[in-house]
Design a protein around this ligand. Structure first.
Ligand code: NAD
Length: 261
């Protein structure tokens, strides 16, 4: 479904825009009138840019690593250079790299989960604030997860708990500056195979078994006993990003078929 002109005149930055939920948010927001800044470390993010432009929309892409503060600063600077402002930031980068019992995580793997699923959002929120404070307005939508209560990915759960905390605290601190900060907490989501896998090393048979245990827990925790679709994740993100949600801030909306995370 498209709401014609819902984001007309708005500049939206989407991180992790090359595939999955991020690409879907960007393509639909562009169709609803937003000018898009597509940020990803995967070079093929340019294909999403080309798709939006071919459909008559406006988009630029930025290739950088948001696990570094420099990457976050580069992304925001590129957005301002391209479109002069940032109305909406969707912090979508994240995702559990490995599924395993916590006792089986190696220390470096714990760090990697926090770097993937907490630091890009923490850095991007900081990097965008001067722009939004200058404007006296801005909207930040973060991607959390129902995994804050889930098995086989405790470091990722901790990272997403961090997303919930920063969403609430940032909203409280900057509400009077005209900045709204919100999040969705998706549940299991069906999507085409990832071009960029979560775990570049691939999953061995044992890891696939642990993954299956997590999938079973996620499915049984949902009242609806099923995964969601990409569209079912994209729609609530865009509602929160729109002016229809103008009195919503500091909220984390579970989008998980009844699982509240
Ligand atoms: N898909 C799900 O089932 C699900 C469930 C709950 C929460 N979520 C959350 O939703 C968000 C999107 O999930 P998804 O499955 O669509 O993601 P995905 O793994 O399919 O895609 C993530 C994108 O982010 C990019 N990326 C990763 N690290 C980056 C970095 N350091 N710098 C720049 N780009 C980087 C990747 O290249 C990729 O294009 C994540 O935050 C995830 O935790 C997803």
């Amino acid at each position: 479904m498209i709401f014609q002109g819902r984001f007309a005149g708005k500049v939206m930055v989407v991180t992790g825009a090359a595939q999955g939920i991020g690409a879907g948010v960007a393509i639909r927001a562009a169709a609803e009138g937003a000018s898009l800044v597509l940020v990803d470390r995967a070079e093929f993010v340019t294909e999403v840019e080309q798709e939006i432009i071919a459909a008559g929309g406006k988009a630029v892409s930025v290739t950088c690593d948001l696990e570094t503060y420099e990457g976050a600063a580069q992304a925001m600077a590129a957005a301002v250079a391209a479109f002069g402002r940032i109305d909406i930031l969707v912090n979508n980068v994240g995702g559990a790299i490995r599924m395993r019992p916590y006792a089986q995580f190696e220390p470096a793997q714990i760090d990697a989960e926090i770097r993937r699923s907490l630091m890009p959002t923490l850095y991007c929120c900081h990097a965008v604030l001067p722009v939004m404070l200058d404007q006296g307005a801005g909207i930040i939508v973060n991607l959390s997860s129902n995994a804050t209560r889930g098995i086989r990915r405790v470091p990722y759960s901790a990272a997403k708990g961090g997303i919930n905390g920063l969403t609430q605290a940032l909203a409280m601190e900057y509400a009077e500056s005209g900045i709204r900060v919100v999040a969705t907490a998706p549940g299991g989501t069906s999507a085409p195979p990832r071009r960029v896998p979560r775990n570049a090393e691939g999953d061995n048979v044992q890891e696939q078994t642990w993954m299956a245990e997590a999938v079973e827990q996620v499915t049984s925790s949902a009242f609806m006993k099923r995964y969601g679709t990409l569209d079912e994740q994209i729609a609530p993100i865009l509602f929160l990003a729109s002016d229809e949600a103008s009195y919503v801030t500091g909220s984390v909306l579970p989008v998980a078929g009844g699982d509240i995370g």
